[in-house]
Structure formats: C-alpha cells, structure tokens
Ligand binder design. Structure first.
Ligand code: ATP
Ligand code: MG
Length: 336
C-alpha cells in the first residue's frame, strides 16, 4: 500500500494559508484515498523548536490535530496520527542523513535563507530541518507529501538525498514522487500559495508580525472579514487575475475559489473585467467568515481525549514502521 504523509508545525494557531494550502487538501485526499493508502498525519514538534513557540507546545499539538478533525478528516484503520517526538527514529535517521546531505544543498534552501535573513546568528536546527524532514518522509516510504508551495524545494531535497543514499548503499529508500506528480495527485494545477493580505507579493505566514497580514483560524469571524475588507489590492480600474502583476486581487479570487470549492476559472470568469472591487471583497469576507463560524463550531465539539486516543494508535504504528526502516538503514551503513 502506498503512503500519503503530511505534517504541520504546531508553533501557534494556524493561518488561513495553512488551512487552504496544507490542511484542507490533506483532509480531502485522506478521505478520498484512505481505503487504499496509508495516511500519516503527524505533528512535527521537533521542527517546532527551531523557532519560538507561542503558547504551550503540548497543547498546540493537540489543537493542531483537532483542526484536521474539524476540517472533516474521517478516521479508519489506515489513518495514523502521531507526534514526531514520540518516534525517536526520526531524529536518529536525521543524523545519518546529515552524513549524506551536503552543506551546499542546504545552503540553497529558500526557507533557510528567509528564516535566517538579517539575523546575526541562527540555530543549527533552522539550517538542518530539511534533513529532519527528509527523515520524516523516508522512514515511512511515503510517495505523496501534500504540502504548500514553500515546502516543495524540501521534497526535491529529500529525493536527492534518498537517490544518493540508494546509489551508494543499495535500494533502501522509496523515492517520493516528483513535484509535478505531487501536484497532480493533490488535484491542483499549481502548489497552493496564499498571499499575505497586506504585502501580497509575500506568502501568508503565521510568523509574520503584522496581524492584518494573516487570518488566524481562531480569529473572530467579523474580525477576519474586516481584514479581508482592508486587504491590499491594486489601483487599476478592472479586476484581473494575474498573480505577477496583481497579486492582491488575485489572492482574493483564489481564496474565494478554494473556500467555496469552486474551480478558479469559474470564480475568475464571474469577476474578471468588472470594476466591482468592493463587492468582490465583501463576497470573500463573507465566505471567510462563514467558513470560520462553521470551523470553530466543529472545533469546539472535539475533545482532547479523542485526539489522545488517536495518538496512542498512531504512535504504536509509527514506531513499528519507522524502526524497521531505521534498521535497514543502519545495516546499509554497517552500523548493525
Ligand atoms: P512559519 O511562518 O512559522 O514558517 P507557516 O505559516 O509558513 O509558518 P509552516 O508550519 O511552515 O507554516 O507550514 C505548514 C504547512 O502550511 C506547509 O505545508 C506549508 O507549505 C503550508 N503553508 C504555509 N503557508 C502557506 C500559504 N501561505 N499558502 C499555502 N500553504 C501554506
Ligand atoms: Mg513556513
């Protein structure tokens, strides 16, 4: 059985970008494929500690898993939910892969450049986390790793590390699918990238300081609607979909399509060429706030106990699969 795997750092409450770019696509894929695929959803809590954590990490972890359930994740025996730190094989394999990955390739990672930019010094974890991510993926022989656009470079890195390893030590790792196939599997034309509402040339990120830049999943719906109404658009006369030249308005069209599960073409056709900027903003503000009302209602109904039971099942499974792969790797390295 092939494996689909994904994780979201639980550093704080998530944004609409995390929800539309990573969480919802994974929930839809899982519900569609979990009869025939293994589905692994984990909280990369060891990735969380490369930067400051807002709140209590243990509580954030539980809340993040609740998000998946609130977004409609259906559970069956092929769906595994676990905490990375409860499966020590992740960090063990990371160390081994550190001896396969090169400084040059890690230096080229955009996320590293962005996260270390302007800092006098940054921790080694920020530089090395793509290798831990490779371990997260390779331990479970995952073929599909549905993630937002910013993480695709790390999937490429994972493929390179695994290919190099296999070439040198024998066919130990299953190579994850390449970007094009990943995107096709996600059923989208391009990896999803929701933009910052104030600076739409950047992506929406939970670590961005400006509150108006991002919609948080715990925002009061009316407050989220206000943020949409004050989003940066452009000073042209007519609405046009063009992420290069008009990222702000395009972002709103894109958000509307994803939230309402309508093909982007259809949404664009409705608004393109019109001068109704204000009306479009109102429509998107409405869709966002309705989505939040529903989502927050479902979230409140999920108990910690439900999540802890899922961890128990998932972590048993994860340790079995991961330890088996780790032993193969140790043998290939002559450690065992
Ligand atoms: P941080 O600022 O701490 O890096 P983040 O918002 O970028 O936070 P991550 O934890 O790095 O969130 O990423 C979690 C998942 O959400 C990943 O799959 C990532 O690709 C996806 N994601 C993050 N931001 C966006 C976005 N703006 N649009 C689409 N997907 C996104
Ligand atoms: Mg990020």
């Amino acid at each position: 059985m092939k494996t689909i795997l994904t994780g979201i750092r639980a550093n704080s409450v998530l944004t609409l970008g995390n929800y539309l770019g990573a969480l919802l696509p994974m929930v839809r894929l899982s519900n569609k494929y979990s009869k025939d695929y293994n589905v692994n959803i984990f909280v990369p809590d060891l990735h969380s500690i490369i930067s400051d954590v807002d709140g209590d990490l243990k509580e954030n972890t539980i809340r993040t898993l609740k998000y998946y359930l609130a977004a409609g994740l259906e559970i069956n025996e092929n769906v595994h939910i676990y905490r990375q730190s409860r499966v020590p094989a992740h960090s063990e394999l990371c160390w081994i892969l550190n001896c396969v990955a090169t400084m040059g390739e890690l230096n080229r990672m955009t996320q590293y450049k962005e996260k270390s930019d302007g800092k006098a010094s940054c921790n080694v974890g920020i530089f090395d986390y793509p290798v831990l991510m490779a371990a997260d993926i390779l331990l479970y022989s995952a073929t599909y790793v549905p993630l937002g656009e910013d993480q695709f470079q790390h999937i490429e890195l994972t493929r390179n590390i695994a290919e190099r390893f296999n070439h040198k030590f024998g066919e130990v790792f299953i190579i994850p699918a390449e970007t094009k196939e990943q995107v096709e599997f996600m059923g989208v034309e391009k990896p999803i990238r929701i933009r910052d509402l104030v600076n739409p040339e950047k992506k929406m990120s939970k670590s961005t300081a400006s509150e108006n830049s991002k919609i948080m999943l715990d925002d009061e719906p009316f407050k989220a609607a206000k943020k949409v109404m004050s989003a940066t658009t452009d000073s042209f006369v007519e609405v046009q979909f063009d992420f290069e030249k008009r990222p702000g308005i395009s972002n709103l069209l894109y958000i509307e399509a994803l939230i309402t599960d309508t093909p982007l073409d259809e949404v664009v056709k409705k608004w393109q060429g019109t001068t109704r900027y204000g009306e479009l903003k109102k429509q998107v503000a409405n869709s966002v706030s309705e989505m939040l009302v529903e989502f927050q209602k479902r979230l409140a109904e999920i108990s910690d106990k439900q999540v802890l039971e899922l961890f128990e099942f998932g972590e048993k499974y994860a340790n079995e699969v991961a330890n088996q792969k780790l032993i193969e790797v140790q043998k290939a390295f002559n450690l065992r």
